[in-house]
Design a binder for this molecule. Structure first.
Ligand code: NAD
Length: 358
């Protein structure tokens, strides 16, 4: 069976980092068809739109998408709908990518990069599953109006609407339970059920889905407590599942625990496990074209692609072990360099991962 992978490098360091991830994917001996297309600012320059029809069609016809990053300050004055970032929103919408996976992993070799004490974070390996297409970010109605009652009656007010439909909560809960089954089988659902009706509803649905996963231990935590526990004892979590708003904040908090933005992969999946895989960082225009960007977040995103969209768990683990091995050898790109280690370029890091795969 041939797996079809769309490679969308994007802007800035995008092509440098996806090049290395493509080399890794191509070296695994799998039957892969990798096809590239422009996205973001690069696509705007070539076709007048950040997500041209030809790129979207390629993405839709693929089993998975390997995405670099988009954005550059030179596009800041474009109309909002033509900005590079719109490409990601367009792909999420067109492909129905409702489940966002953000692992926060801190390799023991990089423990000093975290602002937390090494004993609290070294060896951290947690996964945040964030619902991506619902919640207060998309709820209607929203806008500004004149308050009709309450202590501020007659004043202008801004308002948004938080809601989750039952099937929306069920599908993200299933994805999260299944992710937990592939890990330590512990799932913590984060909400604000003591205050929000939407959260109590979320919690009730998650509890009902849990009956189908007796092997997974389910717990619940209020979001304010979760924010505290993530910095107090982050290793106590395995998988966290939460809504769009809380997940937005907690996933960035968890990412920062590792201190190495160049190391963090991410994935966004739909109901048929088609997914978009990208590093958590942006296009880093400040270092583009210098062959110094860290390609490991993108290589680790390729590992997630193997695991979640292609169901090639052994190959995913093989890529992750190769990354671990190059860190063990003391190889570091500039962003994670420390005294005593060996500084390497983007392509040299790719070379080293390829060698470690053998
Ligand atoms: P950024 O993540 O691009 O860069 C922040 C800092 O981290 C920079 O100093 C950069 O050099 C460094 N950095 C990032 N990735 C690195 C890597 N792989 N190796 C080494 N260093 C790395 O964030 P920013 O500077 O705020 O944004 C730059 C552009 O990226 C903006 O146009 C923004 O809109 C866009 N952006 C895109 C995405 C995406 O494509 N998903 C995400 C965030 C930001």
């Amino acid at each position: 069976m041939t797996y079809k992978i769309a490679v969308l490098p994007g802007d800035g360091i995008g092509s440098e980092i996806t090049d290395q991830a493509q080399r890794v994917l191509s070296a695994l001996g799998l039957d892969l068809k990798l096809s590239s297309a422009p996205v973001g600012g690069a696509a705007y320059d070539a076709h007048g739109h950040p997500l041209p029809p030809s790129t979207l069609e390629l993405a839709q016809a693929s089993d998975a998408i390997l995405f670099g990053a988009v954005g550059d300050w030179k596009y800041d004055n474009l109309a909002r709908e033509l900005r590079p970032e719109q490409a990601i929103l367009g792909l999420r919408k067109a492909l129905g990518l409702f489940a966002n996976f953000r692992p926060a992993i801190l390799y023991p070799q990089l423990a000093n990069a975290s602002s937390l004490k090494p004993e609290i974070v070294a060896g951290l390996d947690i996964l945040i599953v964030r619902e991506l297409t619902g919640d207060i970010y998309f709820g209607q109605p929203r806008g500004t109006r004149v308050a009709q009652d309450g202590p501020f009656k007659g004043e202008r007010q801004g308002f948004d609407t938080m809601h989750y439909a039952e099937s929306e909560v069920r599908r993200i809960a299933h994805v999260a339970f299944q992710a937990a089954q592939k890990r330590q089988k512990r799932l913590c659902s984060v909400d604000k059920a003591n205050v929000l009706e939407t959260s109590q509803f979320w919690r009730d649905i998650v509890i009902s889905v849990a009956a189908e996963y007796p092997d997974v231990e389910l717990s619940h935590m209020y979001v304010d407590n979760a924010a505290m526990q993530l910095v107090r004892a982050p290793k106590e979590f395995d998988v966290i599942v939460t809504g769009n708003l809380f997940g937005d904040i907690l996933s960035d908090e968890a990412a920062m625990l590792t201190g190495s933005i160049g190391m963090l992969p991410s994935a966004s999946l739909n109901a048929s496990n088609q997914g978009l895989y990208e590093p958590s960082h942006g296009s880093a225009p400040d270092i583009a074209g210098k062959n110094i960007a860290n390609p490991l977040a993108t290589i680790l995103s390729a590992a997630m692609l193997l695991r979640y969209s292609l169901n090639e768990e052994a190959q995913a683990a093989r890529v992750e072990a190769a990354v671990q091995a190059v860190l063990e050898q003391g190889l570091r790109t500039a962003d994670i360099f420390e005294e005593g280690s060996t500084k390497v370029s983007t392509s040299e890091m790719g070379d080293a991962v390829l060698k470690a795969l053998e």
